[in-house]
Design a protein around this ligand. Sequence first.
Ligand code: VGL
Ligand code: ZN
Length: 206
Amino acid sequence: MKTLLIIDIQNDFLPGGSLAVTNGDKIIPIVNELIPHYDNIIATQDYHPPEHGSFASNHQGKNIGDTIQLSGLPQILWPTHCVEGTTGAEFADTLHTQRIDTIFRKGTNPNIDSYSGFYDNGHLKSTGLAKHLKEIGTTQLHLVGLATDYCVKFSALDALKEGFETTLIKDAIQGVNLQPNDCTQAIQEIKNAGASVISSNDIIGK
Ligand code: VGL
Ligand code: ZN
């Protein structure tokens, strides 16, 4: 069974959003074209309470991009984004969401961030994604979405650890690049851990 895992295609990560990923919107038509080629479609949603510890605005005297300690882990401080119940947290209007069978929310605990769709950054609590993927019989897991160097990367690494045959669709991801090579390095790291990297044309057959 082939499952497409759509990571965080939410308004705040798109141009005009509070944590906009450059060209984040460009992947949406590609993801829409990929959807019909899979048995199951699952999505993750970054979903924070307003008091979330990853927001610079919740730490006096700190700025976006600073690193602090949060629950004993290094934490990059981000602009306020994907706050529960806001438009910024919603999936992009243009994303075909009809076939998404389950949505896994992450980052809901204010005291710890969660880049991976599977676990929080301390690997303490599971979202239930791995169990669900196994229940629906997923053997091959293909990842698309935002952002390459954070949520896509950590989701892919956890998918491999959970034993899924994991594939990254390289033209259906976009990243933040706080440092200019972050996305290239993230893709290399994911490959080194055992994932395949393909292009959407390999699936769509153009
Ligand atoms: C993400 C930073 C903070 C992501 C989420 O979806 O990659 N990045 N929260
Ligand atoms: Zn977040």
